[in-house]
Structures are given as C-alpha cells and as structure tokens.
Design a protein around this ligand. Structure first.
Ligand SMILES: CC(C)(COP(=O)(O)OP(=O)(O)OC[C@H]1O[C@@H](n2cnc3c(N)ncnc32)[C@H](O)[C@@H]1OP(=O)(O)O)[C@@H](O)C(=O)NCCC(=O)NCCS
Length: 169
C-alpha cells in the first residue's frame, strides 16, 4: 500500500517560441507530452516497474498558456487497480511578474505496469489521504469503465458503477 504523495511528480519548465501555436500560446501537443512524461514518472515511482500509457482518459485545455510562461505539471496516482494506475495531472501557470499561480489545465491518463516482455504485472494499492485524493479515488472506477467501453474492452451492461450515475433503482 502506498500514498499518492510517495510518487508525486512536479515538473516545471518555460514555454519557448518553438513550442507555441500561431497565437503565441503553448501548442496542445507539447503540453500533452509534458503531462505524459510527468505521469509516466509517477506511475514508475508508484509501481517500481516499467510502465506504458494505456489511455488518455480526459484532457481539458481550460486556459491558454502564453509564450514565456512558467508551467508546472503535477502528476499524482489517483487510484491503482490490478496492473493499471490512473494518474491525475494538474497544470499550473505562474505569472512571475505578479507572482500568481493559476490552474490552467488538467488531464487523466491510465498507465499499465509491464515486465520486460511488455506483459502487465501487479502494482501496489493506493491509500488516498486528502479529501481531493479521496474524491478522485472514488470516481476513478467509473472513468476506467468508460475508457474500457470506448476501447471496446468492456460491455456497457457490465459497467455497474458507471451505470449507477444515470440509473436510479
Ligand atoms: C496497455 C497494454 C499493456 C494492455 O495490455 P492488454 O493485453 O490489453 O492487457 P489487459 O487486458 O490485461 O489489461 C491490463 C490492464 O490495462 C487496463 N486497460 C487496458 N486498456 C485500457 C484502456 N483503454 N483504458 C483503461 N484501462 C485499460 C485493463 O483494464 C487492465 O487493468 P487492471 O489489470 O488494473 O484491471 C497493451 O495494450 C499495450 O502494450 N499497449 C501499448 C502501450 C503503448 O505502447 N503506449 C505508448 C503509446 S505510443
């Protein structure tokens, strides 16, 4: 059993001209790569195994990130299943001129721990501590079921927790 803070990964970097779109804001694919990198480090720290990205479950680009910004990507395990881990990534932008930190984006990725042959191996379970960690832990099973349905790896009728959101007894 491990806590989320044991594998927390925080990566801070600038937005350079080669990483921006024609409006001089951070290019979405560049941010996705930074999120994937931070999340994969978190998944490796939690599992002490090699890991692969199994799915990008959700990404929202809520705020543009201008050229020159200081961007901090924070990745934490939100739930561990048998061989897979959901990693929640929060992206913050610092305006160094006024010293403010604002939430810019967030993403949720699924990683699977694998052996040298690329076969899934078991991971330690997660013990959430803060209220936010407990909320994210509780909703992770629904997101896993949705991701598996979209990947055609689960039948919607078997997604009990997800169905419970929409159906009352
Ligand atoms: C991810 C991968 C290892 C899963 O292998 P698999 O043969 O489907 O293995 P399984 O069906 O046993 O699934 C393993 C775990 O992944 C989970 N999983 C698989 N696909 C998933 C998806 N789309 N969304 C969420 N979870 C998924 C399963 O639920 C299972 O989790 P659990 O053991 O915690 O319950 C395999 O598909 C793979 O290697 N994919 C390529 C990964 C890669 O190269 N990523 C980089 C992208 S370029």
């Amino acid at each position: 059993m491990k806590t989320p803070k044991e594998s927390l990964t925080v990566m801070t970097d600038l937005v350079l001209p080669s990483e921006t779109n024609p409006l001089n804001n951070l290019f979405g694919g560049e941010l996705l790569a930074r999120m994937d990198r931070a999340a994969s480090i978190t998944a490796r720290r939690h599992s002490n195994q090699l890991v692969v990205t199994a799915s990008v479950n959700h990404v929202s680009f809520g705020r543009t990130v201008p050229l020159g910004s200081i961007v901090t990507v924070e990745a934490k395990v939100s739930r561990a299943f048998k061989t897979s881990m959901e990693i929640y990534i929060d992206v913050w932008v610092n305006d160094s001129l006024v010293g403010q930190r604002k939430k810019a984006n967030e993403g949720i990725y699924t990683f699977v721990a694998v052996n040298q042959d690329g076969r899934p191996v078991e991971v330690p379970q997660l013990q959430p501590e803060t209220e936010e960690e407990k909320d994210r832990y509780a909703s992770a099973l629904r997101r896993k079921q949705l991701s598996l349905i979209l990947a055609k790896k689960m039948h919607p009728m078997d997604a009990t927790e997800l169905k419970a959101l929409f159906l009352k007894d």
